[in-house]
Design a protein around this ligand. Structure first.
Ligand code: SF4
Length: 525
């Protein structure tokens, strides 16, 4: 039976959803606590999205979230990742990501076989054997167990086994469920960071319910903080006496407000993390730590007086964990993707720290001016997001600011409260560019999306790997969404690379058209 593309019987419309608090200076109420969200900056007004928001009942048609291993093991240099799954998971990691799991880098597969699944072998003993081998061969500071679909299905009690085993082997174990059944592509990182947040030392000097290695790292973090505070005070004194310049290259005065601590969460390559840190330093804000840190022993101390801010839109579970379980205060800001997002992100943090930001407007303006040629190439072209990596709202907002027409933003999962700042900036951008608010479709049904793509004929479809080749074969230009996950797209300085990712497939197909017409001309001669 041919399905009628006009009928979408499974749609549920959540227009004007009231799940986001509407007031400025709103209070986000959670089961365990209420946190104040200081939002005098208009980019972070937590109002409901005014555009069309729908939820289709499609599955997660995304890359498997266990792929987070490929970038997290590089980021946390003293870690070891153990993926507990079947051959399928092993093949996925090895083939799709081009990583050699059998070459013994700092991750491995604990491959479940018939005897494991039918409970003929003892899970605890098997995992202990493997973890002791890891300890002997690599001696990591932390072992991260990554649960997969199989451990979910056979209900393997990883969280129950980990505390006993970590006490036995003397290495902390972090358990993250990153299975492809419940989570979309980038949410793998989210589950790891949410679990790791529990292992961060406690601020306030009292180290509760944590084991010895972590206690040691807490003491180290405390000492680091004390010396950081001393250096902040020294620097502030020096700055006052030396009549500092306003140049963005000069070290700015460190505000007294810096006594509030700021921890950023999200995994970025070190160079990009340093760039963002520098942007904040220019405004007089020091970052006290990152989750994840480059070394497990340097995990930031967390507590009631610590402000946390995310750098990626897929980290809602981590944000919730930091708020509810570690009592941190979440700064709800747009994400530092594109010059507009980066400016809004820095502005929001400054706002919470009581600092008036300087030089950001000029900085953003200069970047847009320098990229006029690239922007002119994509201006007026249309784009359709099928939904894969949860970066879709931020990317769409940036592309609308570049003058593109966004037909649809498909997104596998959306926490409207965590993305409130980003949604507000999307609306503000649409108003500024005088375009309608794009339609957002959560958990899109790919069948209906293909019908809409056929009808709308967008110039570019940003999609997961599964659909790219079939769409290309039907004459639709595509870009793999996975490339935006791995490329360096954060901060002011990477805007050119971000634009290049979008314009490259459009340029490639244009060149191919020219080549085709030239070939035909020569053939006729
Ligand atoms: S979807 Fe499930 S079975 Fe497939 S690779 Fe991911 S975790 Fe393994």
């Amino acid at each position: 039976m041919v399905k009628n593309k006009k009928r979408f019987p499974l749609f549920q419309t959540f227009r004007n959803s009231s799940s986001i608090p509407a007031s400025k200076n709103s209070v986000l109420e959670t089961a365990n606590q209420s946190i104040s969200v200081e939002s005098s900056n208009e980019t972070s007004t937590a109002a409901p999205y005014s555009g069309q928001f729908e939820c289709e009942t499609g599955n997660y048609h995304t890359f498997c979230p266990i792929s987070c291993v490929s970038w997290l093991y590089q980021k946390i240099e003293d870690s070891f990742f153990l993926v507990i799954g079947t051959k399928t998971c092993g093949y996925f990691l090895q083939n799709a990501l081009g990583v050699m799991i059998f070459a013994e880098p700092r991750y491995a597969m604990a491959e479940l076989e018939e005897s494991d699944i039918s409970a003929q072998l003892n899970d605890y003993k098997e995992l202990k054997r493997l973890c002791l081998q890891i300890k002997q061969d690599r001696n990591p500071s932390v072992i991260v167990w990554i649960g997969t679909c199989t451990t979910e299905i056979i209900k393997m009690d990883l969280e129950g086994m980990a505390p006993t085993l970590e006490a036995e082997i003397g290495i902390p174990i972090v358990v993250a469920r990153a299975n492809g059944l419940d989570y979309a592509f980038t949410q793998g990182e989210d589950t790891v960071l949410a679990a790791m947040a529990q292992k961060c030392p406690a601020r306030e000097g009292r180290l509760k319910n944590i084991n010895l290695p972590i206690a040691r790292s807490a003491i180290r973090a405390d000492e680091t903080l004390k010396s950081a505070r001393t250096s902040v005070e020294d620097q502030a004194t020096k700055t006052v006496t030396s009549n500092s310049s306003n140049s963005i290259n000069a070290d700015p005065p460190i505000s007294n407000k810096q006594l509030k601590e700021l921890v950023l969460f999200g995994s970025l390559p070190t160079t990009i993390a340093n760039q963002l840190q520098l942007e904040l330093k220019r405004q007089g804000i020091n970052v006290s730590g990152w989750l994840p840190s480059a070394r497990y022993s340097d995990l930031p101390a967390l507590g009631e007086n610590v402000y946390v801010c995310g750098i990626n839109p897929f980290l809602s579970r981590t944000a919730t964990s930091l708020m509810r379980r570690r009592k941190c205060k979440l700064i709800s800001a747009p994400f530092p993707i594109g010059p507009d997002g980066t400016r809004a992100w820095v502005e929001k943090i400054c706002n919470v720290f009581g600092i008036v930001p300087t030089g950001l407007e000029e900085r953003e303006k200069t970047i847009w001016t320098n990229l006029t040629e690239s922007i002119n190439f994509i201006k007026g072209k249309s784009v359709f997001f099928m939904g894969d990596n949860l970066l879709e709202i931020s990317l769409a907002r940036f592309l609308i600011r570049c003058g593109m027409v966004v037909y649809e933003i498909g997104i596998p999962y959306m926490d409207k409260r965590f993305q409130a700042g980003e949604l507000a900036l999307l609306e503000k951008t649409c108003i500024k560019m005088k375009v309608p608010f794009p339609r957002i479709v959560e958990k899109p049904d790919n069948y209906y999306q293909i019908q809409r793509i056929k009808e709308l004929k967008p110039d570019l479809v940003i999609t997961g790997m599964a659909h790219a080749n079939p769409l290309e074969a039907r004459g639709i230009t595509t870009k793999w969404s996975v490339e935006f996950t791995f490329a360096q797209i954060h901060g002011f300085t990477n805007t050119k690379d971000l634009l290049e990712l979008v314009s490259r497939p459009l340029r490639r197909n244009k060149n191919l058209e020219n080549h085709d017409s030239l070939s035909k001309t020569f053939a006729l001669q």
